[in-house]
Design a protein around this ligand. Structure first.
Ligand code: SF4
Length: 529
């Protein structure tokens, strides 16, 4: 529900005379991802999924991939595209992970949407208008699916996986990718270009979801900082900030309704109107929340505004702690800046501070992980001292995530660190911080990170494993064994410099040579010690 692309599309489709869109959700993992006896049912009408001629998945995270065949299977729809007949629906997917690399899901999809959804006239909006026309003129019959899909060969951002043939060399690497006649060699990602494009905001509200009662506003897309691991920064390049004038009315309506306004974006710190937006909300007696923000965005005025609205937690993402690793990842913010920030936040009345770190980045050593421990111990000193001064102590929390290399970043060539090494380094951090009062350490599971690494740089040959996982309730080890897939080939292998990547059927406007040069520069830092 916090997925604004999905909400945007839902609203847009229901504004078109040709469509009536209804929502289906995959059951939560806690419910075993199991549907009731009738399979997936629409939130609005309770109709079964099979009744709908078009199914559009919004897939922001790789670990959600098994839900795609899982939902189709539960609905009695053949999960593989080639198995579907004239009476089966069209299956489409979009979302950040699909845009980065549609190939792991390719065998399930009739079409994938590559890019951003919300520019009028191009992208998804024009795509769905064309789709409506095509469905009407074919009288909703997909008797000849191949011919039907050919109509989309030139549609901006539309990738038709069945129109591409992949060939592989004996060593398992891709040797060629060939499109059918009339289809582009690479599908260019659609990017919002119009300054007047509607700003993505929540249109659905529910008390059942986190932030479900807040108005979420995507205040920017992309990030100009170019951190080498960061997919959000690279694939949404260049950075684009939404002008406050274009979403002020929605903010005011939300404040009138007593809602909190949640500002989200990968470059909140760089938004030129951030202070004005927050001042406006506070002047109207409202509340706001911010996603993780770089320290330079936390100006004294913004910290005061955060405190004035009763914010209890601020989130900062140093990612690493040693000077060397800061240079490797290209996020070179001095540790002292973070210590200072912790003191200022607590002094102004924000009692809790959360830090994000990654382990297993390229070239990382045990010493780099010890530096994380030292950083946290040092930050905690500032935290305790400032808390003592205000006579109230909250909690410092650190979240540690194993690094997963992502397509379209300079680290797309890097191997994921081996799980055993990750476990050891995580243990080092836990032990180094053990017993410190008012400090909580949370860690993302290495197993989950490994499956994410397998999926994020996978190709269409892993679709069988994804179905297996969907059928076997998430048992990855059995799926790898039964499908005879070596997950290390996808997750733990450093890529050859000239290796052809499955995601190179898409084009995000990024030069492979530039990404490679940046990667090499990062790795050279290691040999310099
Ligand atoms: S500053 Fe944050 S959002 Fe921007 S590139 Fe770096 S990690 Fe990504």
């Amino acid at each position: 529900m916090g997925n604004l692309g999905f909400q945007f599309l839902y609203k847009y489709l229901n504004s078109l005379a040709a469509f009536s869109a209804e929502r289906f959700f995959s059951p939560a993992p806690a419910a075993g991802r199991k549907f009731g006896g009738r399979g997936p049912l629409a939130e609005e009408s309770g109709r079964p999924l099979r009744d709908f001629p078009v199914i559009a998945f919004s897939v922001p995270f790789e670990n959600d991939y098994p839900a795609v065949p899982g939902i189709l299977l539960a609905a009695g729809i053949p999960p593989m595209q080639y198995e579907r007949g004239p009476s089966d629906p069209l299956v489409i997917a979009g979302g950040v992970s699909v845009s980065m690399n549609p190939e792991p899901l390719a065998p399930f999809l009739d079409m994938a949407f590559i890019g951003e959804v919300d520019d009028p006239g191009i992208g998804t909006m024009s795509f769905f208008s064309t789709l409506a026309d095509a469905l009407q003129s074919s009288r909703n019959s997909l008797a000849d699916r191949k011919t039907f899909l050919k109509q989309f060969s030139k549609a901006p951002g539309v990738y038709v996986p069945s129109a591409y043939t992949f060939e592989y060399a004996k060593n398992g690497l891709i040797s060629s990718i060939a499109p059918d006649a009339g289809f582009p060699v690479r599908v260019s990602a659609v990017k919002r270009r119009s300054k007047d494009a509607p700003v993505p905001v929540s249109v659905l509200f529910t008390p059942e979801a986190e932030f479900g009662e807040s108005l979420l506003v995507e205040t920017n897309r992309g990030c100009g900082r170019g951190c080498r691991f960061c997919a959000a920064g690279w694939i949404h390049f260049p950075v684009r900030h939404a002008q406050f004038g274009n979403f002020r009315r929605q903010v005011d309506d939300a404040l009138d309704a007593g809602r909190t306004v949640g500002l989200i974006g990968s470059d909140l710190a760089g938004h030129p109107e951030l202070e004005d937006i927050l001042s406006h909300i506070v002047a109207r007696g409202g509340n706001f929340s911010l996603s993780s923000i770089r320290p330079e965005g936390l100006t004294p005025r913004i910290i005061k505004l955060l405190a004035a609205t009763g914010q209890k937690t601020a989130t900062l993402a140093p990612e690493v702690a040693s000077k060397r690793m800061k240079e490797v990842i290209g996020k070179n913010i001095p540790s002292e800046r973070f210590y200072e920030m912790v003191g200022q936040l607590v002094a102004e009345g924000i009692p809790n501070v959360r830090f994000y770190f990654m382990v297993g980045l390229p070239t990382e050593t045990d010493e780099d992980c010890s530096a994380i421990v030292d950083f946290v111990v040092q930050s905690r000193k500032f935290f305790v001292e400032a808390s003592r001064n205000v006579k109230k102590i909250g909690q410092m929390s650190i979240q540690v995530n194993p690094f997963v290399p992502k397509p379209w970043t300079p680290f797309q060539w890097a191997a994921m660190e081996r799980p055993k090494v990750l476990e050891t380094r995580i243990r080092m951090i836990r032990q180094g911080l053990k017993g410190l009062p008012n400090l909580v350490v949370r860690v993302e599971s290495v197993k989950q990170a490994f499956s994410q690494a397998f999926l994020s740089r996978g190709d269409r040959r892993i679709a069988g494993t994804i179905i297996h996982v969907a059928r076997q309730d998430g048992r990855w080890a059995t799926a790898f064994k039964n499908e005879r897939i070596d997950p290390d080939f996808y997750a733990l292998r450093e890529r050859d410099p000239d290796e052809m990547f499955p995601w190179e059927v898409t084009d995000h406007g990024l030069s492979r040579d530039v990404l490679r040069r940046i990667y090499q520069k990062a790795i050279v830092r290691f040999s310099e010690g």
